[in-house]
Ligand binder design. Structure first.
Ligand SMILES: [Zn+2]
Length: 66
C-alpha cells in the first residue's frame, strides 16, 4: 500500500528511497548498483523496497468521498 517509513527489522528510514529506487529500476540500472547508490547494505532493508507494491492509487478509487 504505502511504503513503510522505516525498515521493520532494523529501523533504518527507507520511505524516501522508494521513488529513486523505482526510477532507477525503470532505467534498467543493475540492482547491486542501486543498493550502492542508495546506501542500502542490509538484506532486511532491501526486502522492504523489493517486496513493496504501490497500490494506494488503486485503492483511492474506492473512496466514498469521491
Ligand atoms: Zn533493515
Amino acid at each position: 500500500m504505502i511504503i513503510p517509513m522505516r525498515c521493520f527489522s532494523c529501523g533504518k528510514p527507507i520511505a524516501h528511497l522508494f521513488e529513486p529506487y523505482e526510477q532507477m529500476r525503470k532505467e534498467g540500472i543493475p540492482i547491486e548498483e542501486i543498493w550502492e547508490k542508495l546506501g542500502i547494505t542490509r538484506f532486511c532493508c532491501q526486502r522492504m523496497l523489493v517486496s513493496h507494491v504501490n497500490i494506494i492509487d488503486d485503492l483511492l478509487n474506492f473512496n466514498r468521498l469521491q
